[in-house]
Every structure is written in C-alpha cells, then in structure tokens.
Design a binder for this molecule. Structure first.
Ligand code: B12
Ligand code: SF4
Length: 500
C-alpha cells in the first residue's frame, strides 16, 4: 500500500448534459491537500474508459466510485468486476446518494469493500490514510467496511455546514472534453445544502435531514465569477436543492454579481412558493445578474396529488404565478412533473396535462420535463413500498433499472404504461424545451419538431393517443442522428420508445 494515487470513476448517467461531477471534485480536495494524487475518469467523456481505469489502477491505492440510484449502477458493477478480476486486493470504495441511502445492500455486493454514507470530504481522506497505513477502517464515522467477511458499520458522521467545507477541485476536470460531448461549456456549483421541505418522493431529507446551510452572497459571487472566467464557462447550474430558501441572500448574490459585471448565465432549482415570494422587479434584478432559468418541481396540477406528495407548501396558483413572474422578468420558467404517483387518478393526470398546456400557451418559453414516479430508497413514500406492492430490489445490481424515464409500477404496466409513455412523448413534441446540450439540434430536427407540435397539442387537448404516427415518424428520423456516445441504458430507452 505504498501508492498515494486514488482513482475516481464516474459512471455514465444517461445524459449528454455532461460536466464535471461535483461529488468527486468535493472529496478530491482534502486528498490533494494531503499530498495524494488523484485521477478522475468519467466514462461519458472517456473513450475506452475501462482500459483507462484498469491501466491507472496498476499502481493505485484504491478505486473510488460516485453514483446515484439507477443506470449508473450498471457501469459501476462492470468496472468493479473487471477491477477485482485483475487486482483482487485493490479496495473498491463506493460513495454518493445510492450508497448513502442503502449502505447495507451496497456493501453486501461481493465487489464492494467500503461504502461512505453522506458527506465524503473527511471520510475519504481518512479512508485513504488508513489504506496507506495498512490499518483497519474501524471508527471512521459514516463508513461501512468488511471484516473477516462480515459487514461492519461505524457510527454516522455529523453533517457539516457548507460553510465549513473546502472548495471543490475543479482543476482536475477536463472541461474541453465535456464541451465536446455536450456542445456547451458549462459547470455546476453549490451555494447551499439541503431543503427545509419533505416531499414524500424526495430523498433529500434522508441524507441532509432538512438542515439547510448556505454560503454568504460575497463568497458565491466571487467563486462563481472566478469559475466562469477560469474555465471559460457560458453557464453555471447552481445545483442547490432549493436556491431561494433565503430570498434576501439570493438577491444579495444577484447584486454582488452585477457589481462584479459578471458575464455568464446561470440557472437554479427552487420551489414555486419561494419564486412567488419575489416581486417581478426583484426577479428582474436576478435576470440582470445572469439568471436565465429557474427549475421548479411543480409535480402535479392536482391539489389532491400534491397533498399525497406532502407538498402542502405549494399551491396550484403559485405554479401559475411563478411562471407569470419569471416570464415577465425574462427568466425561463422550467417545471418538473411526476406522473403515476401512488393514488393519482385519471382525472388528476388530466388536470396536470391541462395545467401544462395552459402554462405553455400563456407563457411562451415555459417548459415542462416529465417523469414517471420512481420510488427511491430513503424517500418517505418508500416506507409504504410493501403496501403499494412495489417490488424492492434485493441486490445492489438490481437498482440499475430504476429510472423515471421508463419505470414500470404495479399500477402502471402494459397498455397503461404504453399510453402514458405515448402521452409524455406528445408533451415533449408539443412545446419547445431547452436542454443544456443546446446546440446539438440541427435545422431538420427543429423543423420536424415544429411540424409535429400542432397535432401533438390537439391530441393532448383531446386526450387521444391511438395510432401515434407522428411518434413513429419522429423515431425513424431520430435513428439517422445517433448520440455521440452510446449511453449505458440506450438500448432500453430505444426498446421502450421513450426519449426525454
Ligand atoms: C446535478 C444533479 C444531476 C445532474 C448530474 C450532472 C453531472 N454531471 O453530475 C443530472 C441532470 C444528469 C441528474 C440526473 C438525474 N438525477 Co440528479 N441530481 C443532481 C443534484 C441536483 C446535484 C448533484 C451534485 O453534484 N451535488 C453536489 C455534490 C457535492 O454533492 P454529492 O454529489 O451528494 O456528493 C457528496 C456526497 O454524496 C459524497 N460523495 C459523492 N460521491 C462520492 C464518491 C466517493 C468515493 C465518496 C467517498 C463520497 C462521495 O461526498 C460528496 C461531498 O460531500 C442532486 C441533488 C443534490 N443535492 O445533490 C440530484 C440527485 C442526485 N439526482 C437525483 C435523481 C433522482 C436524478 C434523476 C433520476 C432525475 C431524472 N428525473 O431523470 C437523473 C438520474 C441520472 C442517472 N442516469 O442516474 C436524486 C438521486 C436520488 C438517489 N437515490 O440516488 C438527487 C439526490 C435529487 C433528489 N433530491 O432526489 N442529476
Ligand atoms: S422542495 Fe424539492 S428538494 Fe425540497 S423536499 Fe421537495 S422535492 Fe425535495
């Protein structure tokens, strides 16, 4: 164990919206400060990533992987098995949301040696130091490990406020390669941690316990301006769970950015009730500071379903009013929706579609991204899994099919599933959306989209999805334009004719 090299692997997450993975950049900093060498291999931007990882492992201390529940598990398993076959004694460490929410099952996989629950900055450094010393993992908070074939879990680690976390090691990321895949030069940044709410499908409280902490406006403005300049980024996505928890802080950030004459665009995630707290003038200040888009979990157009989701803090009116105010301020209102939530009735789904159509018509530029309800481990609704008849995977590997683009549920399968997928496809066609990988759409695709929008809107207004010839045509056309890198779950998405 003389090596001081830690190899990080980031498996593909089924999207072209590639950029540097913040989780790895975060845990890399303390290692670098302590004199470790760090390699980051992100499969989305690395041709022959398996060979690259295996070659780097030859003289490495360990392999560390960052992952969330879903398709990322497929490449994690693939990579871990190959690594174990070649280097059976090399420790494999898993961190990120999935190991944090399901540590026991993750550690039980035969190719996993160590799991980290929650924040990994301090834990990963302590692990590396113990590995370097050939010592046991005993007592390292938030860490699970194997001892004589038994799974051992140390006590949990106390959460640190974002103010006490080190800066992320952006310099280890290859932004040129991300730009080649994505078509846009962008990055992510965190200005706050956690969310005070507790939506029943969300895993946030499971890891962060609703303990919100945030950086001061001056620090956010200074760091984001520096990042954008240093790496020549056009866009920064501030990936805070709920950026507007403190609206005064948000306005303070805007004022600081304006003072610094910041030139980049940025987008945030926030709940509609908090967007609605701001006036149009205040939103215009945020716009002047570069805010281009606010992503919001509208989730349903039905009060009944919002109550089931424990979203009592959000009114249907605030979804409209957030769209209206953002539209007036010149900021793109972007919403996520969830279909097939347990208890959702046909009439609720129609209410959601009507709301989406109405908002997109009233506020051109507003966009909706739709998902099928997916029961994530650690979310409050998952406690009712048995009662709901949800099949809960028993092995780490079996979570790889969990993906809101094609989830099949006991109450959503066969023809019902097919119909919802067709409806989602029409929703995608009916109005324009702006993905991060913006300029990959050629003129033909744009013209085809506009041609299909009218019949798609008619279908959605009238709830008619039989003989979806526009989708057949669209699928045939898309086959001509292949993605740059085949994604791990691309075949599944194609089989089910789902694209989102
Ligand atoms: C950005 C983001 C994305 C981006 C990722 C882009 C990219 N290049 O990385 C995109 C848009 C692709 C995305 C997609 C999805 N996402 Co997302 N996403 C996020 C978001 C908002 C921020 C992630 C982030 O970078 N955070 C900042 C870093 C610093 O924090 P972190 O990753 O948690 O890392 C810390 C620890 O986890 C740990 N750690 C992380 N990795 C490692 C590795 C090691 C070795 C160690 C020791 C520790 C460690 O230490 C880090 C520092 O403390 C999170 C919410 C959140 N608050 O994190 C959701 C989140 C991760 N996403 C989620 C979901 C559900 C999705 C989607 C399914 C959404 C959808 N409808 O399609 C897809 C799935 C993608 C896939 N194929 O699997 C869930 C995951 C739940 C789960 N059980 O895994 C989250 C938690 C949101 C939520 N609250 O529910 N997402
Ligand atoms: S508002 Fe968003 S981040 Fe907060 S609990 Fe609800 S879904 Fe999770």
């Amino acid at each position: 164990m003389n090596s001081r090299k830690v190899v990080f692997f980031f498996p593909a997450f089924s999207s072209k919206e590639a950029t540097a993975p913040l989780g790895i950049l975060a845990v890399a900093t303390p290692l670098l400060r302590a004199g470790y060498h760090v390699r980051l291999i992100d499969s989305t931007i690395t041709p022959n990533f398996e060979q690259r990882v295996l070659a780097e492992l030859e003289d490495a201390l360990c392999l560390a992987v960052s992952l969330v529940t879903g398709p990322m598990i497929r490449e994690t398993v693939q990579m871990a098995r190959k690594s174990k076959a070649l280097y059976p004694d090399l420790p494999i460490i898993l961190g990120g949301w999935h190991p944090s929410l399901l540590p026991d099952q993750t550690l039980a996989a035969e190719f996993v040696d160590i799991v980290v629950q929650g924040q990994g900055e301090d834990a990963m450094l302590e692990i590396a130091q113990r590995l370097s010393d050939g010592a046991s993992m005993k007592g390292i908070e938030g860490v699970g490990y194997k001892e004589n074939g038994k799974l051992v879990f140390n006590p949990p680690r106390k959460l640190k406020s974002i103010r006490n976390l080190p800066p992320k090691a952006y310099h280890i990321a290859d932004f040129d390669a991300y730009e080649r895949v994505c078509g846009r030069r962008w990055g992510m940044y965190t200005s706050s941690l956690a969310c005070p709410y507790d939506c029943s499908y969300c895993t946030n409280a499971g890891v962060y316990g609703r303990k919100w902490s945030a950086l001061e406006p001056e620090q956010v403005a200074e760091e984001t301006t520096d990042l954008a300049q240093r790496y020549n980024l056009q866009l920064l996505w501030i990936v805070d769970d709920n950026f507007l928890v403190d609206t005064r802080r948000a306005l303070g950030i805007a004022e600081q950015l304006i003072k610094r004459n910041a030139r980049f665009e940025w987008s945030v995630q926030a709940s509609t009730n908090l967007v609605d707290k701001l006036t149009v003038d205040e939103l215009k200040t945020l716009r002047r500071a570069g805010l281009a888009q606010v992503q919001q979990g509208a989730d349903s157009g039905s009060r009944y379903v919002l109550d089931l989701m424990n979203k009592r803090f959000q009114q249907i009116e605030t979804i409209y009013s957030a769209a209206d105010k953002l539209h007036q301020a010149g900021i793109r209102p972007s919403f996520n929706m969830i279909f097939a939530y347990p208890g959702e009735r046909e009439q609720d789904r129609r209410e959601s579609v009507r709301m989406m159509m109405d908002i997109c018509r009233k506020y051109p530029g507003a966009e909706f991204w739709t998902n099928i309800f997916t029961p994530y481990p650690g979310s409050p609704v998952m406690e009712k899994a048995f009662e709901l008849g949800i099949h809960v995977p028993k092995r780490f590997e079996d979570w790889s099919d969990f993906f809101p683009r094609y989830t099949v549920l006991p109450w959503l399968k066969g023809k019902k599933h097919e119909r919802l997928q067709t409806m989602r496809e029409y929703l995608r066609m009916a109005f324009n959306r702006v993905p991060v990988s913006l300029h990959r759409r050629d003129r033909f695709t744009r013209a085809a989209h506009e041609l299909m929008a009218m019949p798609a809107r008619w279908r959605l207004d009238h709830d008619v999805y039989a003989l979806p010839f526009e989708i057949w045509l669209n699928t045939a056309a898309r086959k001509v334009f292949r993605p740059l890198k085949p994604k791990v779950d691309a075949s599944q998405l194609a089989d089910k004719a789902v694209t989102c």
